[in-house]
Write a protein that binds this ligand. Structure first.
Ligand code: ATP
Length: 332
């Protein structure tokens, strides 16, 4: 019997509704993608191409926050996640969906509760799901993940502000994984992480998910980071998929100037962002709507060399109240 895809997007269009002075904005246009059970799919694209919007909608977070005027909503096509149609999904079904979907938000590391230790933060989703869960077991599971994600020995008793931003993002990834989600949607899990361990962090996510026959959709600016672990990659540009398949196949036969550029970057002869304007591909004359620059270099902070930064969690009660509101929520 053919197993059902854990995610199936067919011609999905997602819009941010109009509010006050802003008109409605279509962030994702005709997006089509499947993620099979046990498959690790990378989603790559330039800044503003719609990756986080997709993650927000597919994880159920957008629907959970639908009362907020800026929440994106599906206005065309179909997006099925773990068998639930996300278009117009109701709260009751969202609760069931979030039992199986883990989500690591792009800024999850910066929203960790500031007065909890790493050990508490990582174990917390287990205890929120089941108050009688053995605390010792939860601690062991948390320690195993923290270790697997290459966080330094001694991290467990630290507070978020004592970690670098890349380390905090890895704590958020551990939180997203600890409930063994059927599908993990991780939005820039290596944001701020030292380039030397980025691929290893993605390897850990992929390895843990695959070992359980579970899946992951891993979002990144950086194709190189995904290269070792992703079974397939979808390249998105201005809300549209412009490349799809195993990474090497996509790069070997680029059908879109943005993919050409990614291939050039991987070969070390990429063009600088300055060489692109908003209308086209440098002087090669690709038309508008096809290409713009990207600011991926902004994320290249060297994590372990970072000064510990003050956590800015005070404005976000992540993980301390309703687990369904948790930006770093895993399956429950
Ligand atoms: N709340 C919002 N209201 C209106 N438009 C938005 C909102 N949030 C994002 N957008 C727009 O939607 C588009 C897609 O944004 P999104 O954050 O999904 O891109 P992204 O690919 O994740 O970018 P990045 O890599 O920089 O995080 C962008 O043009 C962005 O300006």
């Amino acid at each position: 019997m053919v197993e059902r895809n854990v995610l199936s997007a067919s011609d999905v269009t997602i819009e941010y509704p109009s509010h006050s002075v802003s008109p409605a904005f279509t962030a994702v246009k005709g997006f089509t993608l499947t993620v099979a059970p046990g498959e690790i799919v990378g989603l790559v694209g330039s800044s503003g191409s719609g990756k986080s919007t997709l993650a927000h909608v597919a994880s159920g977070q957008a629907a959970l926050r639908a009362s907020k005027e800026s929440s994106p909503r599906i206005i065309g096509g179909s997006l099925e996640v773990l068998g639930f149609e996300m278009r117009g999904i109701r709260r009751g079904k969202l609760g069931k969906l979030t039992l199986g979907v883990g989500y690591v938000a792009q800024d999850a590391g910066s929203k960790l509760t500031s007065n909890m230790t790493v050990a508490e933060l990582v174990a917390e989703p287990l205890l929120l799901r089941d108050k009688r869960y053995d605390r010792h077991e939860a601690g062991l599971k948390a320690a195993t993940l923290v270790d697997a994600l290459l966080l330094p020995v001694g991290s467990m008793m630290k507070l978020p502000h004592e970690l670098s931003s890349g380390q905090r993002q890895r704590v958020a990834v551990a939180r997203g994984l600890i409930l063994d989600p059927v599908l993990l949607i991780a939005d820039e899990p290596t944001a701020g992480v030292d380039v030397s361990v980025r691929s290893a962090v993605v390897d850990v996510i992929a390895g843990l998910q695959r070992a359980r026959g579970a899946s992951a959709l891993i979002i990144s600016h950086d194709l190189d980071t995904l290269r070792r672990s992703a079974d397939r990659v979808a390249v998105i540009h201005e809300g549209v998929v412009v490349g799809l398949g195993p990474i090497d196949d996509v790069l070997a036969d680029p059908r879109h100037p943005y993919v050409v550029r990614l291939a050039e970057e991987l070969n070390g002869d990429g063009l600088d962002d300055e060489e692109f304007d908003e209308d086209g591909f440098g002087e090669d004359g690709f038309g508008e709507d096809e290409f713009d620059g990207d600011d991926e270099a902004d994320d290249d902070a060297v994590e372990d060399a970072d000064e510990p930064e003050a956590a800015d969690a005070d404005d976000d009660p992540v993980g301390t109240l309703n687990p369904n509101d948790d930006e770093t929520r895993g399956a429950r």
